[in-house]
Ligand binder design. Structure first.
Ligand code: CA
Length: 237
């Protein structure tokens, strides 16, 4: 479940996104979730906001009409330690993972799922100091979203990049059925030549890796809908 805790003060976000309808949808979703949102549609507007306001989080699109989001983030980070989440198109993702070293705390792949957006913003801001380690954890299983490394009890589980993308989605929504379309997004993000059974094959490899590592997490198939990760050792299926 997504935490619904209330904050003692209104958390303030700077949304830097030039796609007008996407920015509107994101702003509405974030405002409904209780955040105050300032929207900048280009680098110059973002610089103006950053010069006068204080933020709990920045949401940064990378392709802006008057500059590069990563450059802007680096510039803002020289003066502020605000946490940042990068917004990136899925076909640009492999290149942009390097951007996490450039000062971002997490990334969200477009098209943006609004529930996921709100959950990820809350997750980043819940961290003491605001910095997100981007390590997902369940049942002793860890997935480092920056290093793209999966391990159980500290020992690496060898998985391909697209398998890790699928596992990441399942771990982020642990206990919830993750629809096939969401997982396909994760697969397509990293592989152009996807076969019809690519997802089944990926889930199969992940299950094998977890099982061989002695990990208690299970991936359940929900026929016709998707898959669900749970960490109950005695669950069957
Ligand atoms: Ca853009």
């Amino acid at each position: 479940m997504i935490g619904q805790g209330r904050y003692s003060r209104r958390m303030r976000l700077l949304l830097v996104e030039d796609h007008a309808s996407l920015a509107d949808a994101m702003s509405r979703a974030l405002q409904r979730a209780g955040f105050a949102v300032d929207h900048a549609a280009n680098v110059e507007a973002a610089q103006d906001f950053a010069a006068v306001a204080d933020y709990d989080l920045i949401l940064m699109d990378l392709g802006l009409p008057d500059g590069d989001g990563l450059d802007l983030l680096g510039e803002i980070r020289r003066d502020h330690d605000w946490p940042a989440i990068i917004l990136t198109a899925r076909d640009a993702l492999p290149d942009r993972l390097a951007g996490l070293d450039g000062g971002a705390d997490d990334y969200i792949v477009k098209p943006v799922d609004m529930l996921e957006l709100v959950a990820r913003c809350r997750a980043v801001m819940r961290r003491p100091g605001g910095r997100l380690g981007t390590v997902l954890e369940t049942a002793g299983l860890t997935l480092d979203t920056t290093q793209r490394r999966v391990a159980h009890a500290g020992r690496t589980i060898a998985l391909g990049r697209r398998d890790i993308g699928v596992l990441e989605q399942l771990m982020r929504r642990k206990g919830q059925v993750v629809p096939r379309a969401v997982l396909e997004d994760a697969v397509y993000a990293l592989d152009d030549a996807v076969t019809p059974n690519a997802l089944e094959a990926a889930v199969s490899r992940i299950r094998k890796g977890l099982s061989e590592a002695g990990c208690a997490a299970n991936i359940h198939t929900v026929r016709g809908v998707g898959w669900l990760l749970d960490d109950t050792a005695d669950a069957s299926g």
